[in-house]
Design a protein around this ligand. Sequence first.
Ligand SMILES: [Zn+2]
Length: 325
Amino acid sequence: MLTTVMYHYVRDIPNSRWPRLKGLLPGDFAGQLDFIQRHYAVCSPDRVLAAAGGGEPLPTNACLLTFDDGLADHYHTVLPMLLERGLAAGFYPIGAAVDAAEVMNVHKAHFILDAEPDVGRLLAETWELVERCREQYDLPERAELQRRCITGAARFDDAETITLKRLLQQALPRPVARRCADELFRRHVTSDERGFAEELYLSPAQIREMAAAGMGIGGHGYRHEWLEDLPRREQVEDLERTRDFLHRILGRGPEDWILTYPFGSCNRHTFDLLERLPGCRLAFISSPGLEEDFSRRWTMRRLDTNDLPRDGRALPGEWTRKLAA
Ligand SMILES: [Zn+2]
């Protein structure tokens, strides 16, 4: 049985410039690692890939730690904590964030929300920007856009926050979403996107250093898109650029690697493409669940860090109890 845990921000949030960001505090991460080490056998991505390829099977309490988005937090905070404990994990940077120092819309939304806690006001601003785009783009009515924002359950956000995030990430056509996110980011966060990106994301040198320290580096898309919304041709392009990015950054030819889907988004075209993408062996979605084996290799489930306790002495919760069942 494989339990995979998904992480994003891990940082000292209250003492940072962005005190309202939603993420994991280093102390809570340490507590969660205590819990995980007590109940699980942490396996490196290489070991999981070997098992997926028919090598030595994983222990029944195998656990894979995965860190999405290539955040600099992972180098500054996570890496030293893992090394101290002798653990290896998987890290999944976004191609364009590293290559072009662009802040992805998903992260723009996080920092806009942190800078302006009045979500109602941000939403009003966003709708105003959307209206302005109507002159140039043929956009659906507001009611339709709103309907697109409420489909699918959000596990950790309120209704207004999820509406804002979905508008900037998925509900609007991409050029419009980008224009709105750029404008809100410039108004509320900074006009120096490049400088911000360089602080937010891992650098190529940091990624290489993490790989050299035994960490697994995999893909998380080139532009952090909802793959299921992309036409097949654009999916091909994003996935091929993801693979090329990994080879370029790591400076080596095709090797086995893991993909974590941005937003957990994929469809049958994606699976088809991954079958033919050199080296990609496993892909993880963002829906919670444990995997008995590798039969769902393109839709492997992951728990969120919020699904596990953050205290080494905590009693096993729902997901940990399933190991014994
Ligand atoms: Zn992501």
